[in-house]
Design a protein around this ligand. Structure first.
Ligand SMILES: *[C@@H]1O[C@H](CO)[C@@H](O)[C@H](O)[C@H]1NC(C)=O
Ligand SMILES: *[C@@H]1O[C@H](CO)[C@@H](O)[C@H](O)[C@H]1NC(C)=O
Ligand SMILES: *[C@@H]1O[C@H](CO)[C@@H](O)[C@H](O)[C@H]1NC(C)=O
Length: 617
């Protein structure tokens, strides 16, 4: 996580090196790949179980390391076996790990951890903290654990639990409210938990920082019946979206007072990523169509201007000119989001391309230059990020294609061989030389390990809350489990979400086919495909029959005139997805891509040959 961190720029002179050096560099890169493995045979069901249990052991190696050497400090130093405060000094890693403990079925440690937090945590402290990180890690961690601890249906209810975590979450949410008091509604990046916004606080924040708060704050409102939390975060999204460019793109950084973009590079990675994610997920969780309509437009623009099959570039939000031909590792969440949106074909291709970078180094570097085909200087690290693993899980869930298990096995091998440290798992400072750093972000336990475990539990069962539990779960951007309970989703108002993304040329019949193919895979009711919030509800068939097939995202409640209702310009979506003329069929998509690892030459060179001319201009 930590999705909004800006990347340092560098390496402007690469263009002059082309094309002679490309060949040379390719050779160097390929021969320096220390993780070249024997060609793997497919993962068998028995092996999936073993891998799942290996992931569980990975979790406990790091979790016990944290509890023994760092707790109650925020994070573990896995090399020196110490601890450090990195956010607010409130046992961050424990809070971030709670729902993973529950997912692994560890009632004992889940109970004692919830108990300790309820008794010891306080937020009336003189600390200035990131609104974004505090929301996704702490607020999200407390809320997801609250849902699990308070509900018999999860199998993890704690009898003595008395809403302590919810009370803490509400207190924390109120302490962050002063950040939203700006002319644009977009919050300050940081807030002091005791005093409100500091006098000299920066007025510039990232798009992800301002637009990734809706799930956690929305849940607070629906659990407390106090609309303020939902209102301020929705207002922040409106504030950002109102300042989109004519191309429907948003920039990376914005001044929350003037509303001017201070950084106009549009992209799906660093500083923006989870803005897109929360548009779709806020719709899925709350059924609030305003988010869906913004998502439709934002997604269509991203696919038109940022997608350079199979990669994504950064462009100037006004002109659409390419400014930065980089794969940055935060982009890797995107194929997973596309699975949720039902746009599986490009997700498969992009995941294959991103994974080819992982295979080359054993990890994904923070930045990989698509023109030079090398690690971007200054962006060589791999801080145990989950995004590619998250997308691997979603694509396996949607396609059940065993190559995603092979990918997961490769990732486990890399982590075990390259990142395991005496008391946990270490950041890799340089993916080419695999140098270890004495740091372990809390998201390693909240996300990285969680998605790996879910992948292999799905392949060998599944037997877990997410797949078999009483509710559909939306994953927050920190990997926290947010259940679509009736109270949260307001089921009666929640229209059926059919989850298949199409363009207007697709016919009803084609839609049915691809939808059925997904449902066949997911017939056990564990997916977001099919009717969303209430499978087996008699009205499902009604929605299937009456839904128009011309929207970008199907399943929109019939008969609404969204543009008028919300004042959002709602473009005719005809031709809004560039370069895809074929109807989407999951089966075909899977069959036509028999190999997961996209050939380095064809994928990488296609990009540099094609676009290198525009890049510097
Ligand atoms: C809060 O912390 C700041 C800096 O850490 C300090 O200058 C200030 O005096 C503190 N305020 C209170 C009320 O403790
Ligand atoms: C449900 O899952 C089980 C095992 O996970 C599988 O055997 C069964 O065929 C699935 N049901 C359907 C209808 O696909
Ligand atoms: C270059 O891009 C164009 C579209 O922008 C595409 O049609 C063409 O196939 C690409 N060329 C290569 C070599 O990939």
């Amino acid at each position: 996580m930590g999705k909004e961190r800006p990347l340092k720029r560098g390496g402007i002179g690469w263009l002059s090196l082309l094309p002679q050096l490309v060949v040379l560099l390719l050779l160097v890169v390929l021969t320096s790949n220390t993780f070249k493995k024997a060609e793997a045979s497919g993962v068998t069901p028995e092996e999936a179980k073993l891998l799942r249990d290996e992931v569980r052991e990975m979790f406990y190696h790091a979790f016990d390391g944290y509890m023994n050497h760092a707790f109650p400090l925020d994070e573990l130093k896995p090399l020196s076996c110490g601890g450090e405060d990195s956010l607010g000094g409130y046992a961050l890693t424990l809070i971030d790990s709670l729902d993973t403990l529950a997912l692994l079925g560890d009632r004992e440690r889940f109970t004692s951890s919830v108990d300790w937090i309820g008794k010891n945590l306080r937020f009336d402290i003189n600390k200035t903290v990131s609104v974004f990180e505090t929301t996704i890690r702490v607020l999200g961690g407390l809320l997801s654990a609250h849902f699990i601890a308070s509900d018999y249906a999860t199998g993890m209810r704690i009898p003595s639990y008395n809403d302590e975590l919810l009370d803490l979450a509400v207190d924390l949410g109120r302490r962050m409210l002063p950040a939203f008091d700006t002319p644009t509604g977009i919050p300050f990046g940081s807030v002091n938990l005791l005093h409100g916004v500091d006098e000299h606080e920066s007025k510039v924040t990232s798009t992800a920082g301002g637009g990734t708060l809706t799930l956690e704050f929305g849940i607070l409102s629906r659990l407390t019946n106090d609309p303020i939390f939902e209102q301020v975060t929705k207002n922040a999204v409106r504030g950002l979206w109102a300042r989109r460019s004519n191309l429907n793109l948003v920039g990376a950084h914005i001044n929350v007072f003037t509303g001017e973009w201070t950084q106009k590079d549009a992209g799906i990675g660093t500083s923006i990523d989870s803005f897109y994610e929360y548009l779709l997920k806020a719709y899925l969780l709350f059924g609030d169509e305003e988010y869906l309509f913004i998502f439709q437009e934002a997604y269509a623009a991203a696919m038109q201007y940022l997608y350079n099959d199979p990669w994504y570039v950064e462009v100037n939000m006004d002109s659409g000119a390419i400014v930065w031909p980089l794969f940055n590792s935060l982009q890797a969440f995107w194929p997973g989001l596309q699975v949720l949106a039902g746009d599986i074909n490009p997700a498969i291709r992009t995941h294959g391309a991103f994974f080819s970078v992982w295979r080359r180094y054993g990890f994904t570097p923070e930045g990989f230059n698509l023109a030079t085909l090398t690690v971007q200087p200054g962006q060589k690290s791999y801080p145990l990020r989950p995004e590619l693993i998250e997308s691997t899980y979603w694509l396996y869930k949607a396609t059940r294609d065993p190559r995603y298990l092979d990918a997961g096995r490769d990732m486990i091998a890399s982590l075990q061989y390259g990142a395991r440290c005496p008391c946990g798992y270490c950041h890799i400072t340089d993916v080419e030389f695999h140098k270890k750093e004495d740091h372990m972000e809390s998201f390693f336990l909240a996300e990285t390990v969680k998605y790996l475990w879910l992948l292999f539990d799905l392949a060998s069962g599944p037997d877990n809350l997410v797949e078999n539990g009483p509710y559909k779960y939306i994953f927050s951007t920190e990997g926290h489990l947010l259940p679509a309970t009736p109270q949260i989703s307001l089921v009666k108002e929640h229209c059926s979400y059919l989850g298949a993304y199409c363009k207007s040329g697709d016919t009803k019949q084609e839609f049915r086919k691809s939808d059925i193919s997904i449902n066949a895979v997911e017939a056990n009711g564990s997916s977001f495909f099919g009717s969303f919030a209430h499978s087996n509800h008699p009205s499902d068939s009604f929605f299937l029959e009456s839904t128009t097939m011309s929207g970008l995202v199907k399943g929109v409640c019939p008969g609404l005139t969204h543009g008028q209702k919300y004042g959002i310009s709602y473009l005719d979506t005809t031709n809004s997805i560039v370069g895809d003329e074929s109807p989407r069929h999951v089966e075909n998509a899977v069959r036509s891509h028999p190999s997961l690892v996209v050939s380095d030459e064809s994928t990488l060179n296609a990009f540099s040959n094609n676009n290198s001319d525009q890049v510097e201009g």
